[in-house]
Design a protein around this ligand. Structure first.
Ligand code: ATP
Ligand code: MG
Length: 242
């Protein structure tokens, strides 16, 4: 096997105000994989994604995207990633199309904005100001913005937040088609059913510590009737009572 590593963290640690939030985290994400980060509220999922995106400086260790250090080489890393982390921010008074256009200008690339909007199920609202968007529409627009420059790596923090079941299915199909085009996707979630259905590999973190990395198909086979209990046990920090 000679799969290229798209994202890697080495001894990655982060403290806020002297309190450890991530402890020596080591993960490896292969190119073209959909990788899930599972953890309860406060486990460290967003912090991990921010460190990978180069939005935060690690206290120790590092995150790497195609071998480049996310913090020290963040201008280069930025070119290779698309991200939707926490609530997406937009220029509220501007339209969806204008927001995407500004992003493309910033990234120094061109793309078909109308196509990107229909890709995420927003075909007819390109000219509407974002201030008039619903939560789900904002989330869809955030996803459009994160993929429009065709990044190699996509970082999605709770991507199905605020989406209805139809949109959730559409997004899952979109993620799988992006993966089939070779994109590597890291997504965080605490929604077990979504992670089970979407990701190929999962890392469970609890209190900033890696509890388990597993292949989702293997997990499903091994824990056919009690996968939810098993994963909840892991999310609690590894204590599992069958
Ligand atoms: N800027 C910050 N300053 C201080 N503490 C922070 C900061 N950002 C996060 N934390 C703390 O780090 C821990 C992990 O937060 P993080 O947002 O990464 O968790 P999460 O897994 O994304 O949670 P959620 O599921 O609620 O989004 C929490 O205890 C949080 O309070
Ligand atoms: Mg979070």
């Amino acid at each position: 096997m000679d799969t290229q590593i798209a994202v890697q963290t080495k001894n990655l640690s982060k403290e806020f105000d002297g309190k450890a939030v991530l402890n020596r985290l080591e993960i490896k994400v292969a190119q073209g994989e959909i990788y899930g980060i599972l953890g309860v509220n406060g486990a460290g999922k967003t912090t991990l994604l921010k460190l990978i995106a180069g939005l935060l400086e690690p206290t120790e260790g590092g995150a790497y995207v195609f071998g480049e250090n996310s913090w020290k080489q963040r201008n280069k890393v930025l070119q290779n990633i698309g991200s939707l982390i926490e609530v997406p921010y937009f220029y509220e008074h501007l339209s969806a199309s204008q927001n995407l256009s500004i992003h493309l200008e910033y990234m120094g690339v061109s793309a078909d904005i109308d196509k990107a909007l229909s890709h995420v199920g927003l075909p007819d609202v390109g000219n509407k100001p974002v201030s008039k968007f619903s939560l789900g529409m904002r989330q869809r627009l955030g996803i459009a913005r994160s993929i429009i420059h065709r990044p190699k790596v996509l970082l999605l923090d709770e991507p199905i937040n605020g989406l209805d079941p139809v949109a959730i299915r559409e997004m899952r199909e979109l993620f799988i088609s992006l993966k089939n085009e070779g994109m590597t996707i890291l997504l965080s979630s605490h929604i077990l059913s979504e992670v089970e259905q979407t990701v190929e590999r999962v890392v469970v973190i609890a209190n900033g510590t890696l509890i388990e990395v597993a292949n989702m198909e293997e997990l499903k086979n091994t824990h056919q009737n009690n996968l939810e209990n098993y994963l909840i046990g892991k999310m609690r920090g590894g204590k599992y009572n069958d």
